[in-house]
Design a protein around this ligand. Structure first.
Ligand SMILES: Nc1nc2c(ncn2[C@@H]2O[C@H](COP(=O)(O)OP(=O)(O)OP(=O)(O)O)[C@@H](O)[C@H]2O)c(=O)[nH]1
Length: 603
C-alpha cells in the first residue's frame, strides 16, 4: 500500500481512500482475510463518503441558502445532494475495477469534482438568469480545488488551464449576454484565479516560456513570427471592440448590434489564428494572409462606423491606422485595392447612416466626411506607392552592397588570376594549422612549388599564354591533390600547398600525384603541346618551429630541387646545402622525389 503524503485535516480520509483504490483484492480461501478485507472496504467507503461530505458541504450550504431565499427549488437542491453522495460512494468502486485515474488522482478528486460541476450546472439551469451565472461562477473554484489535488505537475497544469479555459468561455458568454458589471468582474477574477496560485508557487514558471511560446505560436519559427504579429494586431482590434462595448454600456450604441459585432470579430480572430496555427496558411499564395485580414478589418470598421453613433469618427481613425500598417507589409497595389474596397464599404455605411438621419446638417456632414475619406485614401495609396519605390530601391542597394561585400571578401582571400587562396589568407590558414596541430598532434606539411623555366614560356609565347599556363597549372595542381589540401598562389609562378594530416612521406606522394596530373595536362589552348614541370620543397610542421622558419625550410629545399635539375621534390636538406646553396640531393628512384642517401647523412 502506498503511504499517503497528505497530512492535513483530510489526510486520514485520503489515506483511507488511497488504501481502497490501490488495494486490489485477490481471492483468498481464508475467511479471516475476507472479513478483514470487508472491514477495510467498509472503512474506505465511509472514508470517501466523509470526504465527499466535507468537500461538498460548502456547496450544499450555499445551495440550501439559495433555496431558502427561493432562488432555487428545494427539489433540485436535495436531488443534487443525493446525487453527489451516491456518486461519491459509487465512484471509488468503479475506479477499483480498472479505471486508472487513481494513479494520478488517489482520492478521485477529479471525477468527484467533475460530478459536482455537472450537478452544479444542472441546478444552475433551474435558477433565475443572474443567479444562474453566480452558480456557474462557483464551478471555477471547484475545478481549481480539484486540480490542486492531482498528482504530477503536468496534470495540475492541465487542470488549472482547463479551469482557466472554462472561465474564459464563461466570461465570453457573459460578455455576449450583457451581464451586469459586478458579475463580469467576479467572473474575470475567477478566470484569472487558476493562473495566480500556479504562478506564485512557481509551477507555471516550470512550464517555461519557450514551451508556452511554442504551444501558442508554432514550432516553425517563420509561422511563429506571423502568429505573433497577428496577435499584436489583435490587441488593436480588441481595443476597438472594447470601445464599441463601452459605447454600448453608455447607451450610445445599439447594444444588440454591438454584441453581434463583438461575437463576429472574436470568431474571425480565432478563425485566422487557427488557420495559421494549424499551418493551413502554408498552402496559400500569401502565407501571412495580410490582405484578407485587412479586408475583413475594413468590413468591421465600416460596420463599426454605421453603429458608432457620435463616436463613429473613431472608425475612420482606425481605418487610417490600418492603411498605414498595410503600407509597410503589403505591396502598393494591395494597398490601393484595400483603399478602393474601404471607399466602397464606408460609402455603404455612410449611406446607411444618412438614411437614418433626418437632420440636414448631419446629412451634409456625412457627404463631407465621405469626400475627405476618399481623398485621404487616395493620398495613402499614393504614399504607399512612394514607399514601395523607396523599398525597391533600398532592396536594390542592399543586393548591390551584398554583392560588393562578397567581391571584397573574395579579393581579400583569393588570387585574381588563378582563383586560388592568396598569400595573405594562406598565412592565416598556416597560423591556424600551427595552433590546431599543437592541440591535436596531427601531422601536416607545406609544399613550396615553383614552375620550371617559366620565364621561357613568357618569352617564347607571350604573357597572355603565361597567364593561361598559370591558371591551368593551378587547376591541374588542385586536381592532383586531395580536396582537403589547400593550394595558394604564393607569388609570381610560385605556389604553396598546405597538406593536412600528412607526414613528409604521405605529402611527397601527394605531390607526385599532382606532378603526374600536371604532366598530362595541356597548359594552353593556343599551344597544345606546351607542357610544364615544377620543382618542390617539402617541410613538415614541427612543435615549436615558427612559421617563417617552416616556409624558409621549404624554400631552401625548393632551391635545392632546382639546383638538382628541377622537376623533382626535395624533402630534406643536404648538409651544408642550406648555407652554401650547393645542391647535392640525390634523385629519387620514383620520378621527381629526392631521397636521402647514406652519404648525405654522415651523422
Ligand atoms: N605571365 C605571367 N608571368 C609571370 C607572372 N608572375 C611572374 N611571372 C614571370 O615568371 C618568370 C619567373 O622567372 P624566373 O624567376 O627567372 O624563373 P624561371 O624562369 O621559372 O626559372 P626557374 O624558376 O629557375 O626554373 C618571370 O619571367 C616573371 O615575369 C604572372 O602573373 N604572369
Amino acid at each position: 500500500m502506498a503511504p499517503s503524503r497528505h497530512h492535513d485535516s483530510t489526510g486520514a480520509i485520503e489515506s483511507t481512500a488511497v488504501t481502497m483504490v490501490n488495494d486490489v483484492p485477490h481471492a483468498s480461501p481464508v475467511p479471516a482475510h475476507a472479513a478483514a478485507r470487508a472491514n477495510r472496504r467498509l472503512r474506505v467507503v465511509s472514508g470517501v463518503l466523509t470526504h465527499a461530505v466535507v468537500r461538498h458541504a460548502a456547496a450544499w450550504v450555499l445551495l440550501a441558502v439559495a433555496a431558502s431565499f427561493h432562488k432555487l427549488p428545494w427539489g433540485g437542491v436535495l436531488g443534487m445532494i443525493a446525487a453527489t453522495i451516491a456518486a461519491s460512494a459509487l465512484l471509488p468502486a468503479i475506479a477499483r475495477r480498472g479505471i486508472p485515474v487513481h494513479r494520478f488522482d488517489p482520492v478521485l478528486f477529479g471525477p468527484l469534482t467533475l460530478l459536482s460541476v455537472a450537478a452544479l450546472v444542472c441546478v444552475a439551469s433551474l435558477a433565475h438568469a443572474t443567479d444562474r451565472w453566480w452558480l456557474l461562477a462557483c464551478v471555477l473554484p471547484s475545478l481549481l480545488l480539484a486540480c490542486s489535488h492531482l498528482r504530477g505537475s503536468a496534470w495540475r497544469h492541465a487542470g488549472a488551464l482547463t479551469a482557466f479555459a472554462v472561465g474564459a468561455a464563461l466570461l465570453v458568454a457573459g460578455l455576449t449576454t450583457r451581464l451586469d458589471d459586478t458579475l463580469l468582474a467576479a467572473l474575470a477574477g475567477l478566470t484569472a484565479a487558476p493562473l495566480l496560485p500556479l504562478w506564485s508557487t512557481g509551477r507555471l514558471r516550470h512550464l517555461r516560456w519557450s514551451a508556452a511560446r511554442r504551444w501558442l505560436l508554432s514550432d516553425d519559427p517563420s509561422q511563429g513570427v506571423f502568429i505573433l504579429r497577428f496577435l499584436i494586431a489583435c490587441v488593436a482590434a480588441m481595443t476597438g471592440i472594447a470601445a464599441l462595448e463601452y459605447g454600448a454600456t453608455l447607451g450610445l450604441i445599439d447594444a444588440v448590434a454591438a454584441r453581434w459585432m463583438t461575437c463576429l470579430a472574436t470568431t474571425t480572430v480565432i478563425g485566422f489564428y487557427l488557420v495559421t496555427r494549424s499551418g493551413l496558411n502554408k498552402n496559400l499564395g500569401d502565407r501571412t494572409m495580410t490582405e484578407p485580414k485587412l479586408l475583413v478589418c475594413v468590413v468591421f470598421l465600416a460596420f463599426g462606423y454605421y453603429l458608432g453613433g457620435i463616436g463613429r469618427g473613431l472608425a475612420l481613425t482606425l481605418l487610417v491606422t490600418l492603411e498605414m500598417f498595410g503600407m509597410f507589409v503589403i505591396t502598393p497595389t494591395q494597398v490601393a485595392r484595400i483603399s478602393a474596397f474601404a471607399a466602397v464599404a464606408f460609402s455603404v455605411s455612410m449611406l446607411a447612416v444618412a438614411r437614418t438621419e433626418t437632420d440636414p446638417g448631419q446629412l451634409k456632414l456625412q457627404g463631407v466626411t465621405f469626400g475627405v475619406m476618399v481623398v485621404v485614401l487616395a493620398v495613402m495609396s499614393w504614399l504607399a506607392h512612394q514607399l514601395g519605390q523607396l523599398r525597391n530601391s533600398l532592396m536594390r542597394r542592399k543586393n548591390e552592397l551584398a554583392e560588393a561585400l562578397e567581391r571584397i571578401q573574395m579579393l581579400a582571400t583569393r588570387d585574381e588570376l588563378t582563383g586560388l587562396v592568396n598569400r595573405r589568407h594562406m598565412m592565416d590558414l598556416l597560423n591556424q594549422q600551427i595552433r590546431l596541430g599543437a592541440r591535436s598532434g596531427a601531422p601536416a606539411c607545406i609544399a613550396l612549388i615553383d614552375l620550371d623555366h617559366f620565364k621561357a614560356v613568357n618569352d617564347t609565347h607571350g604573357h597572355g599564354v603565361g597567364d593561361e599556363v598559370l591558371r591551368n597549372f593551378a587547376q591541374a595542381l588542385k586536381a592532383g591533390l586531395r580536396d582537403t589540401d589547400v593550394v595558394a598562389r604564393w607569388g609570381g609562378e610560385e605556389f604553396l600547398v598546405l597538406l593536412n594530416d600528412s607526414d613528409l612521406d604521405a605529402a611527397a606522394l601527394g605531390i607526385e600525384r599532382a606532378r603526374l596530373e600536371v604532366g598530362r595536362t595541356g597548359m594552353s589552348a593556343s599551344v597544345p603541346r606546351l607542357r610544364v614541370t615544377f620543382s618542390c620543397g617539402l617541410a613538415a610542421f614541427e612543435e615549436g618551429l615558427p612559421l617563417e622558419k617552416l616556409v624558409d625550410l621549404a624554400d631552401q629545399r625548393l632551391y635545392q630541387a632546382k639546383a638538382q635539375g628541377r622537376d623533382r621534390t626535395c624533402t630534406f636538406l643536404t648538409p651544408g646545402a642550406a648555407h652554401s646553396g650547393m645542391a647535392t640531393v640525390m634523385h629519387s628512384p620514383a620520378p621527381g622525389i629526392a631521397q636521402p642517401h647514406a652519404a648525405e647523412h654522415p651523422g
